[in-house]
Write a new protein. Structure first.
Length: 254
């Protein structure tokens, strides 16, 4: 469940996580019901409902990856802005107000909310935790950590920390950007290939003799074995095709 929560957060759906979970569950149930009504083969219905669950996770994962790729291009500017604000002697509230109105468009609402929370006298730790959960980004974690350090220890030497953070982000993007793009195409092709046998099975079961065969105990065993092999292949594709990238600093529990 923590995996799903972190994925939801990365996709920017944290504020609508309950609705997302309900819609995902409905999609799985509807898939099973429609397949059962169409084919009357329980094994195929269970298999396609499991595949629907995987498709939902993949859709959220694609949204999360697209969102994170876009945000990654924005974070160096944000860290540069904090560095300039620190050197200019601006307060944290002034800097947050600026980013909430003039910062990157995708991030303005988050900085504006953090500015309002702190302006109301809310605890900074709780406010930054809500900020991290809403953004769901490793760079957002690092930013909130630097803000908290600055608040507790003062701004001495912090401008250099902001500069190094921005430089590290740009270096990391240059190093991993092209590799991640190519990896996405390879993994996407492999995952689409996993669906093909089930489309064939769905078409075959429309014939009466095939449906009768799948309705038997042996037929159900064949379908469930195929489902197990597909799940193992899905896990293997994700495991073998994954890159070891830096993880989030704070893995909050929801």
């Amino acid at each position: 469940m923590n995996f799903f929560s972190l994925l939801i957060s990365s996709a920017g759906l944290y504020s609508r996580r309950k609705e997302t979970f309900i819609l995902a569950a409905l999609a799985v149930i509807l898939s099973a019901a429609l397949t059962q009504a169409t084919t009357d083969v329980l094994g195929l219905s269970l298999s396609l409902s499991a595949l629907t669950a995987g498709a939902v996770i993949e859709a959220i994962r694609l949204r999360a990856r697209s969102r994170q790729n876009h945000l990654d291009r924005l974070w160096p500017r944000v860290f540069d802005s904090f560095q300039n604000a620190t050197q200019s002697g601006l307060s944290l509230q002034e800097q947050l107000e600026y980013l909430g109105t003039m910062g990157p468009i995708r991030l303005r609402v988050h900085f504006a909310r953090l500015h309002r929370d702190l302006g109301r006298g809310n605890d900074i730790t709780e406010s930054l935790e809500a900020f991290r959960e809403a953004i769901g980004s490793r760079q957002g974690d690092a930013l909130s950590l630097l803000i908290e350090v600055t608040t507790e220890l003062g701004t001495a030497g912090v401008a250099e920390s902001w500069r190094k953070a921005a430089a590290n982000l740009r270096s990391e993007q240059a190093m991993f950007g092209e590799v991640i793009a190519k990896q996405g195409w390879v993994l996407g092709s492999a995952k689409v290939a996993l669906v093909a046998p089930w489309l064939v099975a769905f078409l075959l079961v429309r014939l009466e003799q095939n449906r009768a065969a799948f309705e038997t105990g042996l037929g159900a065993l064949v379908l469930l074995t195929g489902l197990l092999l597909s799940l193992l292949a899905y896990v293997a594709v994700n495991k073998l095709g994954s890159l070891t990238l830096p993880g989030r600093i704070f893995n909050a529990t929801f």
